[in-house]
Design a protein around this ligand. Structure first.
Ligand SMILES: Nc1ncnc2c1ncn2[C@@H]1O[C@H](COP(=O)(O)OP(=O)(O)OP(=O)(O)O)[C@@H](O)[C@H]1O
Length: 505
C-alpha cells in the first residue's frame, strides 16, 4: 500500500557509453510540487521521458497510485493519468487554440463543448486564454497556457513540467506558479524540472537531486540557499563570477539606423536599431521573446544583409557581407536555437565545429576540409567548456541540452572573436555551467572583445552587462548603465511588449 501518486524503484537506463539513470528511486506525494534537480546530463529528461512513455527503462519499476506503471508510449501514459508540458511547444501556428487542444486529445468533444471547457478551465485556474485565437498571435506565455490547459483537460494525477519558465516573463512565471499551486491544492502531483534554483526554493515542496544518473540527495529546497542546492548538484562548491579587470576601449561595433523588413509573416521588422559597442564591454539586450531578438542576431551575423553603412566592425563596413566574411573579420554569433540552427543534429561535434569555425580557424582551405584540425578544435572546446560527452565523434543530438549549449558557446568563444553576439547563452544550462559560460563571456571582454548578450533572463543581464537596452517590437531603446538598475525599471523599459499586459491580469 502506498499513498504516493508516483513512485520509482531502482530505475536504470543506459545509452551507448552513458548510464543516463542508475538505480533511481524516489516518490511524489499528492499535492506536492517536486523538483528534479541536477547538472546538465544528470539524467532528468531521461527519467521523465520514461514516466511519460517516450523511453523504456532497462531496469526497475514505476508505480502510479500504487499500480504498476510501464507505459509503452505517451498515449498509454496519458491514459494512466500522466501529463507533460515540454520545453518546446508542439503547437500549429495556423490553427486556433481550440483546434490545437483538440489535436492533442484522444476523443475530442464537439468544438463548442470543447471551447466551453477550455474557457471553464482557464477561468478556474486563472489562465486567461481565448479559444478562438490563432496560435500565431500568442506570446510564449500564452502558448504555454495552451499546453497546460490541454494537460488540465485530461485531469492528470501527475503533471510533469520541463523547464517551463525559461520562455516566460517574470509576470507570466508568477501566474504559472499560482496555477501550479492551485492544481497541487486539488491533489495533483507535480514534477518540476528547472535550473533556476531561486524559483525552486520559492515554489517547490521537495527536491530530488540527481548526479551522473544517480539520486544523490533529497531535501526541502526551502530550507537551503541556492548556493547549497548547487553544491549538492555538483558535489562541490560553486565559483563566484569575476567581473574585474575590464576597461571600455575603442569602438568595436557600430550599428547605425538598421531597419529590415520582417523575414516572415510571423517575424519582427527591425526599426532603426542603433548601438555602439566598445572593446571590453558587455551590452545586455532584454525583451520578451518575439520582439526581434532572432532578427537582430541574423542581421549582425550576416544571415540577413543590410544597406551600406549600417554595420561597421572596427570601422569596416560589413553590412553587405555574408556570415563567412563577417566571421573572418571577427564578428561571431551564437543563435538561440542550438539544435537545428546553431548545430546540425545528426552531425558529429567535429563536423559541427566546421559550421562556424571553418573560416576563422583555417579548417577549410581551397575547398579541402582539415578533419584532424576540426577534431582537435572540437576536443579543445569539449575540454575547456567541460562538455560532458563520450567524444567529438558524438552526434550533436545525443548531447543533453545544456551540454550542447556549452559546446555551441565554446565553439565561438574559442575562435577569439573581436565581437561576439549571443542569444540566450545559458538557456537550459545548469547553475554551475551557466556560471562558467558567463565567466567565459566576461573573460572574452577582459581580453578586449566586445560582447552583446541577448537574453530573457533579466538576472543574467544584470549580472553580466555594463549597459542595458530593451528590444521592443523591433526597436532598441537607448542603453542605460546596468549599475543601480532595478527589475522594476527594466519592466518599464520592456513595457508594451506583447504578452506583458495579459500577464499582469
Ligand atoms: N538518445 C540518446 N542517445 C544517447 N545518449 C543520450 C540520449 N539521451 C540522453 N543521452 C545521454 O544521457 C545522459 C542524460 O541525459 P539527460 O538528457 O537525461 O540529462 P538532463 O539531466 O535532462 O540534462 P539537461 O539539464 O542538459 O537537459 C547524458 O549524458 C546524455 O548525453
Amino acid at each position: 500500500m502506498t499513498a504516493d501518486v508516483f513512485r520509482a524503484t531502482g530505475i536504470g537506463k543506459s545509452y551507448p557509453g552513458v548510464r543516463a539513470n542508475d538505480d533511481v528511486s524516489f516518490s511524489v506525494a499528492p499535492g506536492e510540487i517536486h523538483a528534479l534537480l541536477g547538472e546538465n546530463g544528470a539524467g532528468k529528461s531521461t527519467l521523465v521521458k520514461m514516466i511519460y512513455g517516450l523511453v523504456r527503462p532497462d531496469q526497475g519499476q514505476m508505480f502510479l497510485s500504487g499500480a504498476p506503471h510501464a507505459p509503452h508510449d505517451p498515449r498509454a501514459a496519458r491514459a494512466a493519468g500522466v501529463a507533460m508540458v515540454f520545453q518546446h511547444f508542439s503547437l500549429f501556428d495556423a490553427l486556433t487554440v481550440a483546434e490545437n487542444v483538440a489535436l492533442g486529445m484522444e476523443n475530442p468533444p464537439p468544438r463548442r463543448e470543447l471551447s466551453a471547457r477550455i474557457a471553464q478551465v482557464s477561468r478556474d485556474f486563472g489562465l486567461p486564454l481565448n479559444p478562438a485565437r490563432r496560435v500565431v498571435t500568442l506570446s510564449a506565455g500564452e502558448r504555454q497556457r495552451v499546453e497546460i490547459i490541454r494537460c488540465l483537460l485530461q485531469d492528470p494525477r501527475l503533471l510533469i513540467m520541463d523547464e517551463p519558465t525559461s520562455v516566460l516573463t517574470p509576470q507570466e512565471a508568477e501566474l504559472l506558479f499560482a496555477t501550479l499551486r492551485k492544481l497541487a491544492g486539488q491533489g495533483t502531483a507535480i514534477l518540476y524540472i528547472s535550473h533556476k534554483l531561486d524559483e525552486i526554493r520559492g515554489h517547490c515542496d521537495r527536491a530530488t537531486i540527481l548526479r551522473h544518473g544517480r539520486v544523490v540527495d533529497s531535501c526541502d529546497p526551502r530550507a537551503h540557499s541556492a548556493r547549497e542546492l548547487a553544491a549538492m548538484m555538483v558535489g562541490g562548491t560553486m565559483r563566484q563570477i569575476d567581473r574585474s579587470g575590464r576597461q571600455a576601449g575603442e569602438v568595436m561595433l557600430e550599428v547605425a539606423g538598421l531597419s529590415l523588413p520582417a523575414p516572415t509573416r510571423e517575424g519582427t521588422a527591425l526599426k532603426d536599431v542603433t548601438l555602439t559597442l566598445r572593446a571590453g564591454e558587455i551590452l545586455g539586450i532584454g525583451g520578451v521573446a518575439g520582439n526581434g531578438q532572432e532578427e537582430l542576431l541574423a542581421a549582425l551575423s550576416g544571415e540577413a544583409r543590410s544597406a551600406p553603412g549600417r554595420i561597421l566592425l572596427e570601422g569596416r563596413d560589413l553590412s553587405a557581407s555574408g556570415p563567412d566574411a563577417r566571421r573572418r573579420a571577427g564578428l561571431l554569433a551564437a543563435p538561440e536555437d542550438r539544435l537545428g540552427h546553431a548545430a546540425v543534429p545528426d552531425f558529429s561535434l567535429t563536423e559541427n565545429t566546421l559550421l562556424t569555425a571553418g573560416p576563422r580557424k583555417g579548417l577549410v582551405r581551397r575547398g579541402m576540409i582539415d578533419h584532424r584540425g576540426a577534431r582537435r578544435f572540437a576536443e579543445e572546446v569539449i575540454a575547456a567548456f567541460d562538455v560532458r560527452t563520450p567524444g567529438p565523434g558524438t552526434a550533436a543530438k545525443a548531447l543533453s541540452g545544456g551540454n550542447l549549449q556549452k559546446f555551441v558557446i565554446g565553439r565561438e568563444v574559442m575562435q577569439a572573436p573581436r565581437v561576439l553576439i549571443v542569444n540566450q547563452p545559458t538557456w537550459g544550462v545548469d547553475a554551475g555551467a551557466a556560471a562558467a559560460v558567463r565567466q567565459s563571456l566576461l573573460d572574452l571582454a577582459r581580453q578586449g572583445a566586445g560582447v552583446i548578450v541577448i537574453s530573457q533572463d533579466l538576472d543574467e543581464l544584470l549580472e553580466l552587462s555594463d549597459r542595458f537596452s530593451a528590444l521592443n517590437e523591433g526597436r532598441l531603446s537607448p542603453p542605460v548603465p546596468t549599475e543601480g538598475l532595478t527589475l522594476d525599471r527594466i519592466g518599464l523599459m520592456l513595457g508594451g511588449a506583447h504578452g506583458m499586459e495579459e500577464a499582469r491580469i
